[in-house]
Design a protein around this ligand. Structure first.
Ligand code: AMP
Length: 194
């Protein structure tokens, strides 16, 4: 089973590329951000807790996030593999994911990071906020907090998988199709060598 992490700062295009990859490779897409937003919409206790952090542009605590991810993975049977989008975002999350996969005799095939510079990120997120209606996409100070959280807590996840030669970077600046072409080229190479 293929387990792929799509990585990068908020607004780097992970969700867009994940949707295209799901179609091409027939994988299940798990976005922890989408899962939290669904919980918020349904006004569940988990959603109410997550909202406290999301509305400030902060990461939701690891324990809550890991449990939600684990439940989602366990609920999806008959899939060829998973694309993790927006998870793991901290080293403890990466360790928990590895442990969870180990228990299933599985492992991460690769982490693919989309590289985009800061100004472009702010521009893209503000633009997305116009149509998404997401509060955390519409306020520049929340966006800057999210970028800061990424720098402080999430970027180390790249190094975590780099240490075991699983991290790869793709230029996330360009058209959606160009980036997709580069991601699939890399991914095909990874799959052949699994
Ligand atoms: P996203 O849609 O991936 O940009 O996520 C939106 C928000 O959800 C983030 O700013 C965090 O507050 C929260 N979130 C999503 N995924 C995670 C995660 N893996 N760990 C902690 N918080 C998360």
């Amino acid at each position: 089973m293929l387990h792929l992490i799509l990585f990068g700062p908020p607004g780097s295009g992970k969700g867009t590329q994940a949707a295209k990859l799901v179609e091409k490779y027939n994988l299940a897409h798990i976005s922890t951000g989408d899962l939290f937003r669904a919980e918020i919409q349904n006004k569940t206790p988990l959603g109410i807790k997550a909202m406290e952090f999301m509305s400030q542009g902060q990461l939701v605590p690891d324990q809550v996030t890991i449990e939600m991810l684990r439940n989602k993975v366990d609920s999806m049977t008959n899939v060829k593999g998973f694309i993790y989008d927006g998870f793991p975002r901290t080293t403890p999350q990466a360790q928990a994911l590895d442990q969870m996969l180990k228990e299933k005799n599985e492992s991460i095939a690769a982490l693919i990071a989309l590289h985009v510079d800061d100004d472009e990120i702010v521009r893209r997120i503000l633009n997305r906020g116009l149509s998404s209606g997401r509060q955390d996409d519409s306020d520049e100070s929340i966006i800057r907090n999210r970028m800061e959280e990424y720098r402080k807590k999430t970027s180390v996840v790249y190094d975590y998988y780099k240490a075991i030669h699983k991290s790869h970077t793709i230029d996330g600046f360009g058209s959606i199709d160009e980036i997709f072409e580069n991601v699939t080229c890399l991914l095909d190479d990874i799959i052949v060598n699994l």
